[in-house]
Design a protein around this ligand. Sequence first.
Ligand SMILES: NC(=O)c1ccc[n+]([C@@H]2O[C@H](COP(=O)([O-])OP(=O)(O)OC[C@H]3O[C@@H](n4cnc5c(N)ncnc54)[C@H](O)[C@@H]3O)[C@@H](O)[C@H]2O)c1
Length: 257
Amino acid sequence: MSSELQVKVAVITGAARGIGLEIAQKFHSEKYHVVILDYNKEALQDCKAKLKGKKRYSYFLCDVSKPKQIQKVFDQITSKFEAVHALVNNAGIAIFKPAQDITFEDWNDVLSINLGGTFNCSKIFYPALLKGQGAIVNIASISGVRASTLRIAYGTSKAAIMHLTKQQAVEYGNYGVRANAIAPGPVETEMAKLVHSADIRTSYADAIPLARYGTMEEISNAVYFLCSPAASFINGQIIAVDGGFDAAGVGLPSLRN
Ligand SMILES: NC(=O)c1ccc[n+]([C@@H]2O[C@H](COP(=O)([O-])OP(=O)(O)OC[C@H]3O[C@@H](n4cnc5c(N)ncnc54)[C@H](O)[C@@H]3O)[C@@H](O)[C@H]2O)c1
């Protein structure tokens, strides 16, 4: 077997920027060949320019809500590599609007990318993950753990991703492929800039015991851990990387004062 076939492969969706790009760089630093998938042409070009000259990266323009596009990527990857060892379903969009203002189109866009994309990529890459006895990490959100305003589509999609993760853990786990999810708290990225109003930022500061946003590195470390041999018996878990947001009840701001 050639050394190219033996290398560990990680597929990261929505990896042209933000948390996905950070996860891609983490796996790369751990000697993986990293496959970057994104549907934003411009962001993908910027990402390529940023990582220019670095070996062990492949780039694909691919919309995770479109199974045919993912299948094409799968065919190209598996013609070069025998197996995939990690799949991180990170691609996602956020549309924050009051429940009565969300349109059916908004709802379908959020569900088909966040939930549908996670299902599609897992299903299509499963044969290669099986060969690699790999691991899936789905990126959910604390918005899927606890409900709050404006997130009727986004929060529902993320809650569904958590249950999808458990379904995958039960079925794929039987064959040695683990599936877990990370539920990040707020992280300063382009997405957060778009949907986190001043109000939302103040509310997060009030509700998170660590009283700050998380970093992309804090998320990527947790994702990498779940794919690593150190997590070999962890399957079907949702790990909140959220500064204690999910653990906290009422009274935190007054306790601080
Ligand atoms: N930033 C936060 O505060 C936060 C908190 C919790 C969860 N998350 C989740 O983390 C993930 C990454 O978010 P981010 O903050 O880095 O956002 P981001 O918008 O900066 O990056 C998301 C990337 O996904 C890509 N993408 C979106 N739809 C796609 C599709 N259909 N096909 C392929 N690529 C697609 C985008 O082009 C973009 O490059 C998302 O799933 C998001 O819901 C983010």
